[in-house]
Write a protein that binds this ligand. Structure first.
Ligand code: TNX
Length: 504
């Protein structure tokens, strides 16, 4: 009787009596479920089981990735997983730096009954392989098979707006952990806008202490000390994510203008702003102090930034005349260059004269933009974030409780249903650096809010950035996405259960 009850229970949960007695086995489709889709993957017979004797082997250059992997696997498996130098024998998960360094996150993964080997030309590739390994693991078991993989685009980004609402270091790190699982390699932090200035600048302290004191709807403000900001950058780096800090200008600057009266053309500081209008503020383009201010800010930001790019905004400068906009953007590009950094800016920068190294971030809602296409043909790099496809703050449907709808309603099939390599009419494919999914936070206050808007669309954009165009297939993608849900539930990720996806 008892046995019959157990068997009935197993049948009800979809398991067979045989597998129930063994450690949980990965689904046979695991290699087909990897997200973002790899270049190639095939399942083989057998599986590797992590045990008391399993070690992680890594040469010194791979030590950081090994520690990250151990940090994931030890709590998940309850096994000690010591990290050792290569070549000690025994069952191992081997992280091997070998072969040509292609300068990207290419890797190969091989799982047999005897062990796991991830091989890459550089540590960033091993880290990407580790993310694939995480998806293949079920309990202590990893199904046998092989993966060969490389990213389609070098730039795979996500933006978080910490200006409209402030998010703590812990909240940003939580998002970084989520991004890294989908092989996102760039975190663009929107650090200043009309509603708040979120990074301490030692030479202009009131930017943060006063300009950072509030948020949309008068919600609590906040800012990162430089030590906290460095901690975010280091945490991201440990996940092979480069941070691009953005100070938006010449518009979107009310928080700065409110903090220092002398930055205003009329010398009068406006009040702090907690609404959600855009386009009403502008730095004073013909005041020399503006450029002294920006030289100080950009200098401190450059010193905090190991990555090559600083983002100078440049969008929606509706209170700056077109001629002043050109003057301003050209001069500020020079300041960034003088501090040894390259410029990223919203695509409006092409109205000025982009430096040869400037990258334009495209946010328009149409693939037809001759001015941006011409700049791209002229050598300006382009990152694609079309607002009607890639903006994570857009509602999914009319009844989505959070977000906006000015650009579009964006269901999962919309976020996935375009080809970045073939989107911007007239732009040479070589100009396209990749994709970025921006998350503006006028309506978002908590990590649960961030996750509801980002999941499941962020993995869709991540796949457009990583996976070969030949793998693009909605009917398969929706199954890959469905396979992620158990992991999201286990991590407490608050995702939108889109009716388009056959969730498991
Ligand atoms: C447009 S598009 C903005 C942001 C807003 C966002 C809200 C662009 C570069 N700027 O200032 O937060 O829409 O969806």
């Amino acid at each position: 009787m008892l046995l019959r009850l157990i068997v009935a229970g197993l049948v009800a949960t979809g398991m067979s009596a045989v597998t129930a007695a063994e450690p949980a086995r990965p689904a046979a489709t695991a290699y087909a479920d990897i997200l973002p889709a790899p270049v190639s993957a095939r399942a083989e017979r057998g599986a590797f089981t992590i045990d008391r004797g399993t070690t992680i082997t890594a040469a010194p250059a791979a030590r950081g990735v090994a520690e990250y992997l151990a940090g994931v696997l030890r709590p998940a498996t309850g096994k000690p997983l010591p990290i050792t130098r290569p070549g000690r024998g025994g069952d191992a998960i081997a992280l091997v730096i070998a072969g040509r360094d292609t300068g990207d996150e290419s890797y190969r993964l091989r799982v047999s009954g005897r062990g796991v080997t991830i091989t890459a030309g550089r540590a960033a590739g091993l880290f990407a392989g580790v993310q694939t390994l995480r998806q293949l693991r079920s309990g202590r078991t990893i199904a046998a098979g092989q993966v060969s993989d490389a990213p389609r685009f070098a730039y795979r980004g996500a933006m978080l707006d910490v200006a409209r609402h402030f998010f703590t270091v812990g909240q940003v790190e939580r998002y970084i952990d989520q991004l890294s699982q989908y092989k996102i390699n760039t975190l663009h932090l929107h650090l200043a806008d009309d509603q708040g200035w979120r990074i301490a600048i030692n030479s202009w302290p009131r930017l943060a202490t006063y300009g950072g004191s509030t948020a949309v709807d008068g919600d609590p403000g906040g800012y990162y000390t430089q030590a906290q900001y460095r901690a975010i950058v280091a945490y991201a780096a440990s996940r092979y994510i480069t941070v691009i800090p953005e100070i938006d200008m010449p518009g979107h600057t009310n928080a700065a203008l409110a903090s220092y009266a002398e930055l205003n053309c009329d010398g009068v500081a406006p009040p702090l702003y907690t609404g959600t209008e855009v386009g009403f503020s502008s730095l004073c383009v013909h005041k020399e102090l503006t450029y002294k201010f920006l030289d100080d800010v950009i200098g401190e930001l450059a010193a905090l930034t190991p990555g090559p790019y600083l983002h100078i905004g440049g969008d929606e400068a509706h209170s700056t005349s077109p001629a002043d906009y050109v003057t301003f953007m050209n001069r500020v590009q020079g300041i960034v260059a003088a501090h040894g950094k390259k410029v990223q800016a919203w695509h409006n920068v092409v109205a000025a004269t982009p430096l040869p190294t400037t990258v334009a971030q495209y946010w328009d809602t149409t693939p037809d933009n001759p001015q941006v296409a011409a700049a791209a043909a002229n050598g300006t790099g382009v990152v694609l974030s079309p607002a009607n496809l890639a903006y994570l703050d857009m509602k999914y449907n009319p009844s989505t409780p959070l977000g906006q709808d000015w650009a579009a309603l964006i269901e999962v099939s919309d976020a996935y249903g375009w080809d970045p390599g073939n989107y911007l009419v007239g732009a040479p494919p070589s100009a396209i650096r990749g994709v970025e999914a921006p998350l503006w936070t006028e309506t978002l206050r908590t990590s649960a809010d961030i996750e509801y808007m980002a999941f499941p669309r962020l993995p869709a954009i991540a796949e457009l950035g990583w996976s070969p165009a030949a793998t693009h297939d909605w009917s398969k993608f929706r199954l890959r996405l469905a396979a992620q849900a158990p992991s999201w539930r286990a991590q407490g990720i608050n995702f939108y259960p889109s009716p388009q996806i056959p969730w498991r």
